[in-house]
Design a binder for this molecule. Structure first.
Ligand SMILES: [Zn+2]
Length: 139
């Protein structure tokens, strides 16, 4: 998981180039540039490109809020939706990883993509009340 960047050094009303933004955030300019693909607004009408400090802060805080999303007990992480969803029909498989931990897998009720959640074997009783769990053998 990528490290948490701090927006402490970013000034809202300043304009930043990729280099400056990267330096202020302690990351590479390449990373800042790559954020354009995931929603960072850049003033691309002129060269060099500038990013408003306030927009940088908005983007980073938005991203961090999404990452720290807490899953409800009846939700699992969907790789396709990239957010927690309930499993289709409440049916999941438990695949043991070792004697104490395993993962629950299922299908996303929103997109039917793969869902996953790591659980302790001791918590299975708790999930058993919500899902219909099929226990798989060690693979
Ligand atoms: Zn999904």
């Amino acid at each position: 998981m990528a490290k948490r960047v701090s927006t402490r050094k970013i000034k809202k009303h300043r304009l930043y180039g990729y280099e400056e933004a990267g330096a202020a955030l302690g990351i590479t300019p390449h990373t800042v540039r790559s954020w354009r693909c995931s929603g960072l607004s850049v003033m691309a009408a002129s060269t060099p490109h500038y990013i408003l400090g306030a927009e940088l802060i908005r983007y980073i805080e938005d991203k961090q809020a999404k990452r720290s999303v807490k899953m409800a007990i009846d939700q699992m992480y969907c790789f396709k939706c990239k957010e927690p969803h309930k499993p289709l029909w409440g049916m999941v498989d438990y695949i043991p990883l070792n004697d104490t931990r395993g993962r629950l897998t299922g299908l996303c009720e929103a997109c039917e993509g793969g869902l996953q959640r790591f659980v302790g074997k001791g918590d299975l009783g708790k999930f058993d009340k919500i899902y219909e769990i099929t226990i798989k053998g060690m693979s």
